[in-house]
Write a new protein. Structure first.
Length: 86
């Protein structure tokens, strides 16, 4: 069964959560957020890879802007302390 999710419809996601609890009784701690994310990934699994890549790029951009002194809340003498390899 393919679900069409409406992220703002808490009632629909709650019903999906209850359905999943009935179909998968071993799932004990299932939140509405988990259900929404799982069903979204189920319908379009490549989102997992793209969101990870987007997060990676965002972190790199953030660190570079801090190093270059372009972030308004980070001091201009910002540096990254790298752990020395043993």
């Amino acid at each position: 069964m393919i679900y069409q999710l409406y992220w703002s419809d808490e009632r629909e996601i709650f019903m999906l959560s209850e359905d999943r609890k009935n179909r998968f009784p071993n799932v004990v701690f299932s939140t509405l957020s988990n259900v929404a994310i799982n069903m979204c990934l189920y319908s379009m699994s490549q989102r997992f890879i793209w969101s990870g890549l987007q997060t990676y790029c965002d972190v790199i951009d953030f660190v570079n802007s801090c190093i270059q002194g372009r972030h308004p809340f980070i001091v201009k003498k910002f540096s990254i302390i790298r752990e020395k390899k043993a």
